[in-house]
Design a protein around this ligand. Structure first.
Ligand code: PLP
Length: 405
């Protein structure tokens, strides 16, 4: 079990903002000192461009950057040459959609997604569908907030060329049975693309066990800095993938007319990468592995169950998402008819930071029958006291807004 109260001491943001209850880690997590120091240390001791210089400093920078790749490989149970550094999950998903989709999608093909996708796993496919004439279909979710598996079975056909799904919903918290669905999709010959933006920070992930072809994550949601994310690709899937961006560092040989490309992962890392950010992400992965991802998940689950139990005390509070073990530490809610922005502002007055809006998941909210929601999300530094503070703030907000509701 994690000692979340003690862990708060590793995160300078809390000492610098006394009393802050931060419940918005699903948007972006806070950073431990180990990550901040890894970035500073790199800039103060080792910075030069990577994969270029024949001098010692550049070799040290390259070694630090490639160490980060090995750290991320270990974190995901993958091989280092399957790890492509990108800016974030959005870029990883766009890279996959463009590089694979432009080559393979044709009119009449189907792209199967789900109604609980973040816009990052919808819009890139829409752009590709427009160009190729392929059609998008989306697996609905049940009123409990789980994917409708019968609908999935019916919608998966020989026309399905891609199946894209989130490992964990950023609104409902639902953890989808990725390995099972991915196996079915791949059996039909579909490429499987998993959005791990919420899964990777919270769940122990062994990508090799997911039956997926590609897995996207954002470093800033898993204690790393902004500007560094990962696209993991199965070795054969990456080998078949043409480049997305062209430029320096991704080629073997260039003439004026044409180029041959470097093997993965370099093929997908055109230009100077976000070196310091990747190193910071490697440090974040080490920090999480030292905590143990099983412990992180257990902490998430325990806090979620406690929160769901306590929040049930608040009259007029409508909670979304399933009850059960297949749910991570995300609680989206609405209080009566109050606008979630007003609610989030009221909670902020009490020092409790939650997100409000559609959380980049408009089709999901449409299916829930609301335009928006407020969302509390938990991570390793959140405690039961944080949940208590949320509860008290919600009760106060309800009293304050009683005449508007
Ligand atoms: N996918 C999911 C499920 C998310 O929650 C998010 C961010 O909230 C993203 C993708 C996109 O992440 P980023 O904005 O870091 O690219």
């Amino acid at each position: 079990m994690l000692d979340a109260q003690a862990l708060k001491g590793d995160f300078p943001i809390f000492a610098n903002n006394p009393g802050l209850v931060f419940l918005d880690s699903a948007a972006s997590s806070q950073k431990p000192r180990a990550v901040i120091e890894a970035i500073s240390r790199y800039y103060e001791h080792d910075h030069a461009n990577v994969h270029r210089g024949a001098y010692a400093l550049s070799e040290r920078a390259t070694e630090a950057y490639e160490t980060a790749r090995r750290q991320m490989a270990r974190f995901l149970g993958a091989q280092p040459d399957e790890i492509v550094f990108v800016r974030n999950a959005t870029e990883a998903l766009n890279l996959t959609a463009y590089a694979w989709g432009l080559e393979h999608l044709r009119s009449g093909d189907e792209i199967l997604l789900t109604e609980m996708e973040h816009h990052a796993n919808l819009v890139p496919w829409q752009l590709l569908a427009r160009r190729s004439g392929a059609r998008i279909r989306a697996v609905p979710f049940t009123k409990e907030g789980r994917l409708d598996l019968d609908a999935f079975a019916a919608m998966l056909t020989d026309r399905t060329r891609v199946f894209g799904l989130t490992q964990m919903s950023n609104v409902l918290g639902t953890v989808n049975p990725v390995a099972e669905l991915a196996a079915a999709a791949r059996e039909r010959g579909a490429l499987v693309v998993v959005d791990g933006a919420q899964g990777a920070p919270h769940l122990p992930v062994r990508v090799s066990e997911l039956n997926a072809d590609f897995y996207a994550l954002s470093g800033h949601k898993m204690l790393g800095p902004t500007g560094a994310g990962v696209l993991w690709g199965r070795r054969e899937a990456l080998a078949d993938l043409p480049p997305f961006l062209g430029g320096g560092n991704m080629i073997e040989e260039v003439t004026i007319e044409r180029s041959s490309y470097a093997p993965p992962p370099q093929r997908f890392e055109a230009g100077t990468p976000a070196i310091a950010e990747a190193i910071g992400l490697g440090a974040a992965a080490d920090y999480l592995m030292a905590l143990g991802m099983e412990n992180v998940w257990e902490h998430d689950r325990a806090l979620l169950e406690y929160a769901l139990e306590r929040l049930a005390e608040v009259p007029d509070l409508h909670l979304y998402g399933p009850r059960g073990e297949d749910r991570g530490g995300v609680v989206a809610f609405n209080l009566g008819s109050l606008h979630p922005h007003d609610l989030a502002s009221a909670l902020d007055q009490a020092g409790v930071a939650v997100r409000s809006g559609h959380h980049c998941a408009q089709p999901l909210h449409r299916r829930l029958g609301v335009a928006a929601s407020a969302r509390a999300s938990f991570y390793v530094y959140n405690t039961r006291e944080d949940v208590e503070r949320l509860l008290q703030a919600l009760k106060e907000a309800r009293r304050f807004f009683a005449s508007w509701m």
